[in-house]
Write a new protein. Structure first.
Length: 589
């Protein structure tokens, strides 16, 4: 028999109920709450809306539909906002250092609001890359009944009769610098790429993470792939608002859904869709926040057993809209279940198991976006973890979209992204080179900038198939080519990448999972004896604070968490939770 919580058992009673809370109620009356509202569960609506990026621009309107659903189900919604920093807009500038840092600020601010106002439940609205894991990290910390709702993808733009995304603009910059297109055509592409609201339209970081959290059960299945401007998005939001009240009533929390099995399902989803390398960073961070053991090597193990099924930009042909029209994330999950590649018994916020949630997936006739299991784009997944003398703690390569498995070439060393970009734009990078960009890690940047500007410029200049790149910084989900990111330990922490000199040979060996500096180990050690940590680039403010607190990228670049690998999880395993199950409910879109 299902046990349901009563109103007086909810956290919000502490802040709303009783004679002593009259001052609090008086202030809340000023924002429109009534006696009737005080007698309902208090639901926080954590919004990441801003006018600063199309990725989150639709969330202001979407929140109103969510609140309609909350009210219809008998709750009192209270909306609040946090920040968003757009990777695409800040890319290639000092402003990009704010991006990854914003992930933890999003998590911190949602946590503070939820603790301060003692919400009974929470819905988090996300859009741009870092808001998605940031909202889920907060959910993991708080462990309140909650779900994440993704704002959805942008529609593709049109240029010369072809679909394009923001990736086309970054690559056009390189093509223009190389004299392959004119300034006028670059401007045409710029004006066409982003036709309205929604997150970047390929299998870049935003769509990658939205898909990952759907398969983990933290978002209603079928909710994330609905595009931002689709007419069905309003009802998706209302349904999510109704659903959170059921989570509150039955006390179903993120700890029920963030498990080892669900995290492994998420990694398989990333691998099968050729998703962003940023998924490594973000899933590690969520696991740390939830106290669930997860290691960087798990990504290579699972990816090696998972075929690439979705033919998506940047490595493939189709935009995120096309996957929605083909059958959505449900179709991908169904394929993975058929191959025994994910665990279908994991629970989801809709009350269905994962297998039940996708049982009725509808495949569009003749679709070419999601391949069948017996005809994958690649037999193994899109993520590879390399280790070696240059990356003792690991680095990440996305192999979806390129075929090179080995590269040996001379190092071209740059101490910051801007210098590397200038060299590419100036035609000073040659075929066979290995571009090394260091002191861009979580601590050294600080903030671990993405390198899409450089990687896209290399592709646009015609060097994408002949040049390799490695960095202790990050890559955008739109990056393609032989590019190794998250090299750890980072240069600012004394990692071997700090010892690389101009002209040193560097060897990428993907079959053997190696990234090596072709220099004698004794020589590397001698070079490091002369090394000293660089002066911090920021000595005050949030950047300095982050640099002091942040952990390695191989641990998710988290700040100040109390659970490290190898320690017991702070939440009991799912089978010991003894929580009631929700009645089965599906989101109709």
């Amino acid at each position: 028999m299902t046990t349901r919580r009563t109103l007086d058992q909810l956290p919000s009673r502490t802040i709303l109920a009783g004679r002593d809370r009259a001052p609090a109620r008086a202030m809340l009356r000023a924002v429109g709450l009534t006696d009737e509202d005080f007698e309902k569960p208090l639901i926080g609506i954590a919004n990441t809306w801003a006018e600063t990026t199309p990725c989150n621009y639709n969330l202001r309107e979407l929140a109103e539909y969510v609140k309609e659903g909350v009210r219809a189900a008998g709750g009192t919604p209270l909306e609040f906002n946090t920040i968003v920093v757009s990777d695409g807009i800040t890319m290639g500038t000092e402003g990009m250092k704010a991006s990854l840092i914003s992930r933890d600020v999003v998590a911190d601010s949602i946590e503070l609001m939820a603790r301060g106002y003692m919400f009974d439940g929470l819905i988090t609205l996300s859009g741009c890359d870092k808001t998605i894991p940031g909202t889920v990290m907060a959910m993991a910390r708080l462990d309140l009944p909650s779900l994440m709702l993704y704002g959805g993808t942008i529609l593709p733009g049109q240029h010369n009769g072809k679909d394009i995304t923001i990736q086309a603009v970054f690559e056009a910059v390189g093509a223009c610098a190389a004299g392959k297109i004119t300034e006028a055509e670059l401007h045409e592409i710029e004006c066409a790429a982003c036709p309205g609201a929604g997150a970047c339209g390929g299998q870049f970081t935003a769509n990658t993470m939205a898909n990952a959290f759907e398969i983990m059960g933290l978002s209603p299945m079928g909710s994330g792939t609905v595009p931002a401007t689709d007419e069905h998005k309003a009802e998706v939001a209302r349904a999510a608002g109704r659903l959170v009240l059921r989570l509150v009533e039955e006390d179903l929390r993120p700890s029920r859904f963030i498990t080892r099995a669900s995290l492994e399902n998420a990694i398989a989803m990333v691998a099968a869709t050729g998703g962003s390398t940023n998924a490594v960073l973000h899933l590690l961070a969520v696991a740390r926040e939830a106290g669930v053991p997860l290691d960087i090597d798990d990504f290579d193990r699972i990816s090696s057993a998972t075929p690439v099924l979705a033919d998506l930009i940047p490595g493939g042909r189709f935009a995120a809209l096309d996957m929605y029209l083909a059958g959505g994330v449900e179709l991908v999950v169904q394929r993975l279940l058929q191959g025994g590649l994910v665990d279908g018994s994991t629970p989801t916020v809709t009350g269905l198991t994962l297998a039940e949630a996708v049982a009725d997936a509808k495949e569009a006739p003749g679709q070419e976006v999601v391949r069948p299991l017996d005809n994958p784009l690649k037999p193994t997944g899109g993520l590879v973890i390399l280790k070696g003398s240059l990356a003792p703690d690991g680095c990440v390569i996305k192999v979806a979209g390129h075929k090179r498995l080995e590269h040996r070439g001379p190092a071209r060393v740059f101490e910051r992204e801007e210098d590397a970009m200038a060299a590419v734009q100036g035609g000073r990078i040659n075929q066979g080179d290995v571009v090394v960009i260091r002191y861009e890690g979580p601590k050294g940047g600080p903030g671990m900038r993405e390198m899409l500007g450089v990687t896209a410029a290399l592709v646009g200049a015609g060097l994408g198939d002949s040049v390799a790149l490695l960095t202790d910084g990050r890559f955008s989900g739109a990056t393609r080519g032989l590019m190794a990111g998250h090299v750890t330990p980072e240069a600012a922490s004394g990692g071997p990448i700090a010892a690389v000199r101009e002209g040193d040979l560097i060897h990428f060996d993907l079959p053997n999972r190696r990234l090596d500096l072709v220099v004698d180990e004794a020589e590397i050690a001698e070079r490091m004896l002369d090394w000293s940590p660089p002066l911090p680039r920021y000595v005050s403010g949030v950047m300095a604070k982050y640099a002091r607190l942040v952990q390695s990228a191989s641990e998710g670049a988290v700040t100040g968490v109390d659970v490290l690998p190898g320690t017991p999880a702070r939440k009991p395993p799912e089978e010991d939770l003894n929580l009631p199950g929700l009645e089965k409910m599906s989101i109709e879109v």
